[in-house]
Structures are given as C-alpha cells and as structure tokens.
Design a protein around this ligand. Structure first.
Ligand code: FDA
Length: 419
C-alpha cells in the first residue's frame, strides 16, 4: 500500500470507544488538533451492546469503593472531577431520555445508539479528525513527537492517548494493544484477567446442578477464604477480599452466572472458593423447625414451599445432601440435627469454581496498565511525558452497574482537560 503524506496533530488518540471519544472531544473543544484512530469497522461496539442495547451509562452512587485496583486511591481524583451528574447534564444537553432502573443504574429510554451519536457529535464540535478503520503498526517516540506507522500512512503527534480498552469480547475487536504499548515504554502491567464473567465448574461437580439451568434466585455471595493453600491475590495483599453482594444468581449448564456471580468473579482468583447464601432473606433453620410442629408433609414438599421448587427437589436429591432419602421423609420424623445441617448448607454453600467463561463472555478485563506509573489527575505516564492511558486499559475495574462507563468518561475527561 502506498504511504500517504505525513499528517501532524497535537494529539493522537488510539481507540474510539467510551474513554477515547470523550478524551478526543474534550481536547478538541479546547482547540487542540486531535486525530482519533480505531481499527474497528463499526464505531463503539461495546457501547452499542451495553446494558442490553440501552447502555447503563452511569451509576449515581459511583465512588472509589465500587472499583478494584492494586492502587485503590488512584481513581478518586478523576471520579471527583467528573461525576455522574456531569455526564447526566451532557446526556440531557443532547436531549437523550433516560431512566433509573435499579440501585442507581441509569439507562437510555430508547437505545445506546443515542450515546454513540452524542459522543460523535461532541467530537465534531471539537473538529476531531478520524482514521477508521485504521491499524497502527508501530509507534516511535523521538524528539518529543510520537510517530505512528499506520495502514493509512504516517501520523505525527506531540501527545498520544491509549484508549483501546480491555480484552473482553475479542470477537468485537478487543485487544491488549494498550498493554503492549505500556510495556514498550517500560511501564508495568497488572496481570489482566476476565472479570464480570460467569464462573464454571468441572463436569463432575456440576453433574447434579446442570439440570437446574435457568433457575434464578436472589443470593448473597462472597469470595470466601482460600482453600488448600494455593497462592491467591488476597494472600499476596496480606488479607483476603471479603467483598459480598446481594444480587440474583442464575444456574447455567456449565456453572453459575447472573449479576451476583459476575460481581464476585472480579474478586475471585483460581483456587479460591466462593460462598453463597442461597436464602439470604430467610432463617431456614427456624422455619424448618417451626414447620416440624405437627408437620405431616414430606421434607421436599415443605422445602419447596420455602424455596424455588426445582432447586429444593434437586438440592435434596444431590449426593451431598445431608442424608440419603431425606426428601421423602415426613418432616416430623427428621431429627432437628439434620434440619439444622440442611439449613446451614443452604445458607453457606461453599464451592470452588474450576474457571471462568473467559474473555468471550466477560464484560470487562481486570488488571491492566499499573496506575502506580500514571498521574491520577491527568492520566499521563509519569516516566513518559506526553503518553496517556484512559478507560479500561488501566488497572481500574468497576462493579457491574454503570461504574465502568463512569470510569471511562471520568478518565477521558481528566486526560482531555490535561492534554
Ligand atoms: P472500549 O472498549 O469502549 O473502546 C476501545 C476501543 O479501542 C474500541 O473501539 C476498539 O475497537 C478499539 N481498539 C481496540 N484495540 C485496538 C487497536 N489495536 N487499534 C485500534 N483500535 C483498537 N459498562 C457499563 O458501565 N455499563 C454497561 O451497561 C456495560 N455493559 C457492557 C456489556 C457488555 C457485553 C460488555 C462487553 C461490556 C459492558 N460494559 C458496561 C463495560 C464497558 O463497555 C467498558 O468498560 C467500556 O466500554 C470501556 O471503555 P474504553 O473506552 O476503555 O474501551
């Protein structure tokens, strides 16, 4: 392919997703000459598919405690300087109707396309130049200039922003490009891993539960203390994570999914157990013992009245249930000891996932560019003036519920204002 003429810009932003468009728009509107580069055929696919097509674009309760990072205070400054209210103001300025769904999560009334169009319009207002689809083959930093060899020619810019996101959903063009560039410039990377992802179990463990595929219920889940002494992040950090979530859980053919599991997956490390209270709003011990008084029904029938029926039947049928044949015994004949044991099992189900469903099913990547090498106010690499990282590429991972977009907007704005 013939090389086109060299083009000069103040800023080159690689990655036209949530954070990249925000950074480009803010910098462009400050009068900087910005070029926005993306290798995808379609713009901002992750925004398009997010929130079931309605984009859960922020969470009104966003705070530093909703994020995981090896440097937990890093996100404070950017989140405080650009809040959910600021993004809502932008959304309203563009006439986009929205609603709150659940626990502070805000969604578009119509479609996530409105958010993409809004960001595109903001880029237009900043006279941002586009190169898309465009592949960046090489980046050289010399004499205060970044030279980008691309399949659309050579681009030069005095500042470079990496906004290529994380590795979740590679089928939509997600890459580890930002991590490679970070390493090229001598920055550290916190080991990346799929997060907000279903957890899977080996066939033998899951044999008894796969028939429950489709059953959903509210649970409390926590990443429990480690089992069998394998090395985990919690131990490395000196104390295990004790984060817990009250959310819905979904049984699947291969394991567990639903918001509860996606949330805890971000805190889970291979070898760790997770612990699930399958009846968090109930005191099953008390209820079973109370039902025993004069109870002529079988235990399975009583449990099915207190709990999802399919789950109650399968729980009593599985090999680990407190005692074989328990299901068909009359409740009145079951010793209190066994009822207490059964209730304890249900309130504290502990199991060790064999893995996760991987980047193909993950919503985000955990880990990323180590923020200890990044200035928290500007997103600039401390050791490489002019080089910036924003969004999910950084080691800042939000909970499920609009937090990851709020981080993308806030880090993009912090960078856009500092360029
Ligand atoms: P983003 O992924 O948005 O953008 C990165 C851009 O870089 C892409 O356009 C990509 O094409 C481009 N790129 C990648 N590699 C490149 C390369 N080598 N060269 C050039 N360009 C490259 N969050 C939330 O808060 N609310 C929600 O409702 C959802 N829902 C949701 C659903 C699903 C299915 C997924 C997978 C994810 C979500 N998320 C979410 C997470 C959210 O989408 C994500 O955290 C943000 O989009 C991250 O913004 P970034 O700008 O960092 O990356």
């Amino acid at each position: 392919m013939s090389r086109m003429a060299k083009a000069d810009f103040d800023v080159a932003v690689i990655g036209a997703g949530a954070a990249g468009m925000m950074a480009a728009a803010v910098a462009g509107q400050r009068g900087l000459r910005v070029v926005l580069i993306d290798h995808a055929q379609r713009l901002a696919e992750k925004i398009r598919i997010s929130g079931g097509g309605r984009c859960n674009f922020t969470n009104v309760g966003t705070g530093p405690s909703n994020f995981l990072s090896q440097n937990p205070n890093f996100c404070r400054s950017a989140l405080a300087a650009y809040t959910p209210r600021d993004f809502i103001d932008l959304v309203e300025k563009h006439g986009i109707a929205w609603h709150e769904k659940h626990r502070g999560q805000l969604f578009c009334d119509d479609s996530s396309e409105a958010i993409i169009a809004m960001l595109k319009r903001e880029c237009e207002l900043g006279r941002v130049s586009w190169r898309m689809p465009c592949k960046v083959d090489e980046i050289v930093h010399e004499g205060g200039q970044f030279t980008l060899q691309t399949d659309q020619g050579v681009l030069q810019a005095s500042q470079l922003v990496l906004a290529t996101g994380g590795m979740a959903i590679p089928q939509l063009g997600a890459t580890d490009f930002a991590l490679g560039i970070a390493r090229q410039f001598g920055l550290k990377v916190v080991e990346p891993r799929p997060a907000l992802v279903p957890l899977t179990f080996d066939a033998q463990t899951w044999q008894a539960f796969s028939v429950l595929s489709g059953v959903a219920l509210e649970v409390v889940v926590k990443a429990a203390a480690q089992v069998s002494g394998t090395g985990q992040a919690g131990k490395r950090a000196g104390k295990p994570h004790r984060q817990e979530f009250l959310e819905d859980l979904l049984f699947t053919h291969r394991g567990l999914s639903g918001p509860a599991i996606l949330q805890i997956s971000s805190y889970w490390n291979p070898g760790d157990a997770i612990q699930i209270n399958l009846a968090p709003q109930q005191d099953l011990e008390r209820e079973l013992l109370a039902a025993k008084q004069g109870g002529r029904q079988q235990l399975a029938t009583v449990l099915a009245g207190l709990w999802p029926k399919r789950l109650a039947e399968q729980w009593l049928a599985q090999a680990d249930a407190v005692e074989a044949g328990l299901a068909v015994r009359r409740l009145a004949d079951v010793p209190d000891r066994l009822l207490r044991q059964l209730a304890a099992q249900i309130h504290g189900w502990s199991l060790v996932p064999s893995g996760s469903a991987g980047y193909k099913k993950a919503e985000v990547m955990r880990g990323g560019v180590d923020t200890r090498g990044i200035d928290q106010k500007t997103m600039q690499a401390k050791a490489v003036p002019g080089l910036y990282f924003v969004g999910e590429a950084l080691d800042v991972t939000g909970w499920l519920g609009g937090y990851n977009f709020q981080w993308a907007w806030a880090s993009g704005v912090a960078c856009g204002r500092a360029l």
